[in-house]
Design a protein around this ligand. Structure first.
Ligand SMILES: [Zn+2]
Length: 316
């Protein structure tokens, strides 16, 4: 038997310590992500259940339901630590005409990374309100997927970019639009009265309905016709958690269209229509929270990578 020389023993010891460290760090990493994922799911549940509870009366623009939802989103933005842009306490007020003229509010939170370019992340928070049935009871459109799911994701992304230890190359403007269901009035108003210089807008990520991804369903990304760079990026993307359905259409029926109309690259992320779409049955217990979490983690990864690119140009 060959006797181990001193330097052999030393090499083996170093190797053993190194292996132990790797195993430890991997297990604590996966434990960390297990606990942080659990916390994220709890926050998603709280946000979606609160926004789509009966107390919000279906969040119709111009009603008390909109005000309650608006106040909840502002409260969450303050908790997260992002700042109001401008002096209007997170609000951009505009007027809509129903039978009478009413106020409606976009909610804006800003993460200032001292950059000359800003990525906009948006999700509408208004929904269809309620109807009164023959027995004089309110039947409420709770709009859990449309679009409490998107607002919860927007808040989660705000938390991620606020708390990570990396200084991104872009600022982030988080906008919860209102009056989307009345014809994208909030985002149209925003683009007619942009609070930041449009030349400094990099690109837009609109999230509208990401809560109902059933098993084996794809995530649809629309608006890819607004930027060749973004289209090429997603086409080449190596990702195995779910399939992506890439669409070039730039004028789909959600807030991203208000940006593409003005030649700002804008994408729409969603999991598609379902049987409860615009019905009283779009309720929070039908949301797939685990899959929504996967979509949010995907958006975090994608945005971190897109942050490194030069300013994205609008290309048709
Ligand atoms: Zn919607």
């Amino acid at each position: 038997m060959k006797v181990l020389r001193k330097e052999h023993i030393k090499t083996i010891l170093v190797w053993l310590i190194y292996s132990f460290c790797i195993i430890e760090s991997n297990s604590s990493y996966s434990q960390n992500s297990y606990f942080s994922n659990k916390k994220t799911i709890n926050r998603l549940k709280t946000d979606i259940k609160t926004l789509s509870s009966r107390k919000m009366f279906g969040r119709e623009a111009g009603t008390i339901g909109e005000i309650k939802a608006r106040n909840y989103i502002v409260k969450r933005m303050i908790e997260i630590g992002i700042k109001s842009y401008g002096k209007e306490d997170f609000h951009q007020v505009f007027f809509i005409r129903d039978s009478i003229i009413k106020s409606s509010y976009n909610v804006l939170g800003f993460l200032d990374n001292q950059s000359q370019k800003t990525i906009l992340i948006c999700a509408h928070y208004d929904h269809l309100g309620y109807e009164i049935n023959k027995r004089n009871r309110k039947i409420i459109y709770n709009g859990a997927d449309d679009n409490a799911s998107g607002v919860a994701a927007l808040l989660e992304l705000a938390l991620f970019f606020k708390n990570n230890e990396y200084l991104e190359k872009n600022n982030f403007l988080f906008i919860a639009f209102s009056s989307e269901e009345k014809g994208m009035l909030g985002s149209k108003y925003f683009m007619q009265n942009p609070i930041i210089d449009t030349s400094k807008m990099n690109f837009v990520v609109n999230i509208d309905m990401i809560g109902r991804m059933e098993k084996d369903m794809p995530l649809t990304i629309e608006g890819l016709g607004s930027s060749k760079v973004l289209f090429d990026y997603f086409k080449m993307l190596d990702f195995d958690k779910f399939n992506l359905r890439l669409k070039k259409r730039i004028n789909g029926p959600s807030d991203h269209s208000s940006f593409t109309e003005k030649f700002i690259p804008a994408l729409h992320f969603w999991t598609g229509k379902h049987n409860d779409y615009h019905k009283f049955s779009d309720d929070p217990h039908k949301i797939s929270y685990k899959r929504e979490l996967k979509i949010i983690l995907f958006l975090e990864k994608v945005l971190m990578e897109l942050d490194l690119l030069d300013k994205v140009k609008f290309t048709k």
